[in-house]
Design a protein around this ligand. Structure first.
Ligand code: BEZ
Length: 387
């Protein structure tokens, strides 16, 4: 062995003796794939903010490894998703991918993650398939399945003795699955869905469908929209005067992070979601204070999901001392953990989706105030997951 090799060997054994190993010393490359343009841009930014806030609170390291980010704007475009995620994995050589918001994009990401055994943390997209038929040891979700808030709202609507509903949404997986969850619980509780209306994603031309709703005269409308589209829909619904006679219900995405722009049009609306603005717990208060200090704006559900994706990653990394090669130990640590989330503590199901309380919220001024718990510890049915 020459002198240079001897020195390198000495250095390596010193690092190992320090308890880290080679993996613990290298930076952890995090591929962040989120929408930063288009109707979901604000959602992507909030997730990114939340994730980075948690990392900053840990001194910029998770599992002993410093974090380096590679960021991609996925534009909520499923047609570009496979290329985008492949670039992160093959060109940028990221250790983990965090993303995304749009269910169609997330399904393409999950397929690549499964095929390449890349670690994937999903901080929003609710595509039921991700923790259903596509579930895998290396795929985790810190948010919800589309079924969860929809099912909770169906139960609430039936309990409130509404008999008929019309649903309206964008025509893609998230809308269809949210409506599916709503319908399942609403019809089980004695309600009937008269018609399912859709517009292509991300269109916001709602007038013809609002006219159809007025003609159908249901007891209620259930709508899934989010981001910029939710702002436009809630405002158009009120401008058409429909909110006076037909209450508008939805999953909380309809009013989360959007109240500033929706103003009076959203007042009094009831929604169901795994987060609310007025939880008043020490954990949530501390998170909200830190978020406002860091970003000069209020957090929303998307910020919480980003924060919790980082927390889940930290739990796994800590268990394997930064060595992501130890996949089984990484997964086992997250599976047995209780995540100390601002939304309230939650656990991860066998399919790697949160088992969580779904709040009933009412819009009051600029807040989605919790007025009760629609369903406690709701687990997604994970239909088709074999793990
Ligand atoms: C989705 O595509 O899964 C989604 C997008 C925005 C809010 C909620 C769900």
């Amino acid at each position: 062995m020459n002198r240079r090799n001897t020195l390198a060997a000495l250095l390596a054994s010193a690092l190992l003796a320090a308890g880290g190993g080679a993996h613990a010393q290298a930076k952890l490359k995090v591929g962040v794939m989120l929408p930063f343009t288009g109707t979901y841009a604000a959602l992507g930014t909030a997730i990114d903010n939340g994730f980075k806030l948690y990392v900053q609170e840990q001194g910029g390291k998770l599992g002993g490894r410093e974090i380096e980010y590679v960021v991609v704007d996925d534009e909520s475009d499923p047609a570009k998703a496979t290329d985008n995620v492949n670039k992160l994995i093959n060109r940028d050589k990221v250790d983990v991918v965090v993303g995304t918001v749009h269910s169609g994009v997330a399904m393409a990401m999950a397929k690549v993650a499964r095929d390449s055994n890349t670690l994937l943390m999903v901080p929003n997209a609710g595509a039921d398939a991700v923790t259903g038929p596509m579930c895998a040891q290396n795929i985790f979700r810190s948010s919800f399945s589309n079924w969860q808030p929809g099912f909770a709202m169906g139960k609430v609507a039936a309990e409130r003795k509404h008999k008929t509903a019309v649903t309206i949404t964008w025509k893609y997986a998230a809308g269809a699955e949210s409506v599916g969850g709503f319908k399942e619980a609403f019809e089980k509780g004695g309600g009937k869905v008269l018609n399912d209306l859709t517009v292509p994603f991300p269109n916001v031309e709602f007038q013809a469908l609002l006219t159809e709703i007025a003609a159908l005269k249901p007891d209620i409308v259930y709508a899934f929209f989010a981001g910029g589209g939710a702002v436009k829909f809630v405002k158009d619904y009120a401008a058409a005067g429909l909110n006076k006679s037909i209450p508008l219900y939805g999953p909380g995405f309809l009013t989360d992070g959007t109240l500033e722009a929706q103003g009076d049009a959203a007042q009094g609306m009831l929604t169901t979601l795994h987060y609310a603005d007025s939880l008043n717990t020490p954990r949530d208060d501390a998170f909200r204070l830190a978020y406002v200090k860091a970003y000069k704006m209020q957090p929303d559900v998307y910020a919480v999901q980003g924060y919790d994706a980082a927390q889940m990653l930290a739990i796994g990394l800590k268990a394997v001392k930064g060595d992501l090669g130890k996949r089984a130990e990484f997964a086992a640590a997250i599976e047995k953990a209780t995540i100390d989330s601002p939304r309230g503590p939650f656990k991860i199901s066998k399919a790697h989706n949160p088992v969580q309380d779904i709040y009933l919220r009412k819009v009051d001024g600029k807040q989605n105030k919790a007025v009760g718990v629609a369903i406690k510890a709701l687990a997604d049915p994970a239909r088709g997951c074999r793990m």
